[in-house]
Design a protein around this ligand. Structure first.
Ligand code: SF4
Ligand code: SF4
Length: 299
């Protein structure tokens, strides 16, 4: 039987998630609740329906087909929505949208098939992202095995919050591993993500065994959370000590996910989270380099 996974999106021709030209598969479900997350539809694996009010022309077609009797204003009756997606199928403006859908591994492979020669020619491949793809390890295992057998380059973007022994075989198949350290201090990590970072830091230390893989430790740099010299320097020192061959990527925070929060009827991230100016990112990169770690940028 073909196995199924919960997919937020498959983004083709991406150049930001690894080498060459890539398809990035965003899988739903994440153990963390980062207060600034740009993909809140991926917090849980369930199907979800967004309603983009700005483009809605109030034609009423969604209400006509809804088996639950929900009207145009989805926010008023979200608790009744079963995410069947019927409204998204008929909405003429794309204002109702499926944010998570179930796909079989065969269907994902079929979608990737036209890009295989582009992956090979560009030195690219497939990146698993999320959410945290390791939340659907069984699905990533299946897809990565099939792609590995075809000689396609593989990368994963993970929060690092997983049982290492359970996913080690998947990590072994990757050419490139991106792993985040949101904040090094455990208290602040818990405050902003809802979880301690003990397990994440332990897993990062274990990645030292992957001597032939490229590992990139990423920090989403957010003024008001983690953009201070102390945090960045200590994080770089941690990386140098435990993953001496890894590089670091500093990603300036952006608020592009805000429209999704509104469309899903969720509160938007705090206004206190700010994007650091370019000059500040350059200063922080110097701290990283000063700690003996190379910086890299895929964006
Ligand atoms: S079908 Fe789309 S455009 Fe029409 S009322 Fe519903 S959400 Fe708005
Ligand atoms: S997803 Fe289904 S249940 Fe939810 S509003 Fe649309 S048609 Fe109604």
């Amino acid at each position: 039987m073909d196995i199924k996974g919960r997919v937020m999106e498959i983004q083709h021709f991406s150049v930001n998630d690894g080498d060459g030209i890539r398809s990035t598969i965003f899988l739903a479900g994440c153990p963390l609740r980062c207060q600034w997350c740009a993909n809140p539809e991926g917090f849980t694996p369930d199907n979800k329906i967004a309603w983009y009010k700005k483009t809605c022309v109030a034609c009423g077609k969604c209400a006509e087909v809804c088996p639950m009797g929900i009207g145009i204003d989805l926010d008023l009756e979200r608790e009744k929505c079963t995410a069947c997606g019927k409204c998204a199928d008929v909405c003429p403006t794309g204002s109702r949208k499926r944010m998570v859908t179930e796909m079989t591994a065969d269907a994902v492979m079929q979608e990737l098939e036209p890009n295989m020669s582009v992956f090979r020619q560009s030195g690219g491949g497939v990146t698993f992202s999320g959410g945290d793809p390791m939340q659907q390890a069984y699905f990533v295992r299946e897809l990565s095995s099939r792609l590995y057998d075809l000689g396609i380059g593989l990368a994963v973007e993970t929060e690092g919050y997983f049982d290492f022994d359970e996913v080690e075989d998947i990590l072994e198949k990757m050419d490139l591993i991106f792993v985040d350290i949101k904040v090094l201090g455990p208290k602040r990590h818990r405050q902003f993500t809802g979880r301690d970072n003990d397990l994440i830091l332990t897993n990062i230390k274990k990645m030292r065994r992957f001597t032939k893989k490229r590992i990139v430790v990423r920090i989403p740099v957010i003024e008001g959370v983690n953009a201070d010299d102390f945090n960045i320097r200590r994080t770089a020192e941690f990386v140098k000590r435990h993953l001496p061959n890894a590089s670091m990527e500093l990603l300036p925070y952006h608020r592009l996910g805000e429209a999704k929060y509104e469309a899903l009827g969720m509160d938007t991230p705090s206004e206190e989270f700010k994007t650091p100016p370019k000059e500040r990112i350059e200063e922080l990169k110097k701290l990283v380099i000063g700690a003996g770690v190379q910086t890299i940028s895929f964006k």
